[in-house]
Design a binder for this molecule. Sequence first.
Ligand code: NAP
Length: 493
Amino acid sequence: MSSNDTRHVQIMIIGSGLSGLGTAIRLSQQGLTDFLVIERGPDVGGTWRDNTYPGAGCDVPSHLYSYSFALNPNWSATFSPQAEIEQYMRDVSQRYGVRDKHIFDCTMTGARWNDEDGRWEVSTSQGSFTADFVVSAAGVLAEPNLPDIKGISSFEGEIFHSARWNHDASLAGKKVAVIGTGSSSVQIVPSIAPEVAHLDVYQRTATWVMPQVKRPYLGLERFAFKRVPGLQRLLRALIYIQRELFVVTQVKYPATGIVLEMIGRLKMRFEIKDPELRRKVMPQHRIGCKRMLVSNKFYGALDRDNVDVVTDGIAEVRAHSIVTDDGTEREVDAIVLATGFHVADSPTYNLYTGRDGRTMSEAADVEGFQMYKGITVADFPNMFFMLGANSGLNYTSLIYIIESQINYLVDTITTMQAKNLRSFEVRVDAQHEYNRRLAPKLAKAVWADGGCTSWFLDKHGNNAALWPDFSYKYRKMVRTFDIEAYDTKAETA
Ligand code: NAP
């Protein structure tokens, strides 16, 4: 890639969701202005741009779900709808002047470390680039998981994934099937149930559902958020502390989850009249093993006369119907696949080729998906992997982790510049030791032995997704670049 058409930048950010956009803003604030963001979509927003399904919203309270440097006094409700978060991200990208650093509709097709030149070579749908540093901000929930069900390609009605909602397809008055009962499904089902003629909800695993205090903010409250100094910060801190309590039930003392399970049972008792339906949706795993669902309307929707919960496995999809393992055939006009995303097996990992010529997927195949502090990877020099292995959270705002990782990234790059270094690569022994210390915490968590499988686990059964401790400990851990864990090379000229 030495053609004259190749453009060089110091820092190439891949993806402009919450991590990529946040990184772009912080870099420009630090005076690190030689960067570009490539984004495969037509605008910023990532998952909040792509998930436009009916009822889409955030189940983390709105005042915690924003960048710490761009609080928003105008959130309309205690939990924000998707469109508001998407608009917030557009506004922020405008306000902080990073839009002209973006190339939209530009898909990264490969990124290879050139050890001789000490650079990344990045190929995209809009030409070739080289970069001193690459920031993978492609997102965890970006690649829809399309289930491999017999006959599914022969279905003749409307069929689409929750993250690729077809707004041209009206579901009103139709017979509809929703496959999956995860966080997306619990928002979709109550939104479409009143308008469809009939809805079959295909549930493979019942999951615990928690209530939420969801209400619009009053004008007076929004006025106070704007005018009373510190009020938003205080509310944010209180929400943060309240959410951290989930670490106790999931990681520190999983037995205490029984309190939440009691709330889940009571909720089921109050919201579902039909005892047979209550039996069907009763989870068989410990709470928190899968991501808890949050909804005040899901059970009520399942209890409607025009809604059936189907728990038999799906054997086959035919041109106009779905057949379950017991041989029952149910006619259907449209199928919504609320079947989640490729997380541990994201196709993105095939696109990065490290120093030894292996892709990230190939490396993960052998060793499992392992990183150092959730952001750097041995054999992949000068690369930051946002929301990498074991840096996810399933109970609070991921933006907290994203901003922690940005601190580390900025400190790494400024340290490199100050020491006149060209490349950094985490040492294999440091990465192994880090993961060795993480292992007992992961083993103790409810995700490991709570009696379920989930997208937190990779094909080896290892949890490579979640951070197994309080989130403030993660922030503390990545406050500064710990150069002693890295091999570095000096600038040559
Ligand atoms: P998900 O949680 O992975 O749920 C996928 C659902 O599809 C599960 O019920 C799964 O069953 C089912 N499924 C998958 N393949 C299937 C197959 N072949 N046959 C039958 N059922 C199948 O996906 P999601 O609901 O899209 O949520 C993904 C993540 O997005 C969430 O965990 C959350 O982190 C995030 N999210 C967040 C919000 C928010 O408000 N913050 C909202 C939506 C999504 P099993 O359980 O048996 O695997």
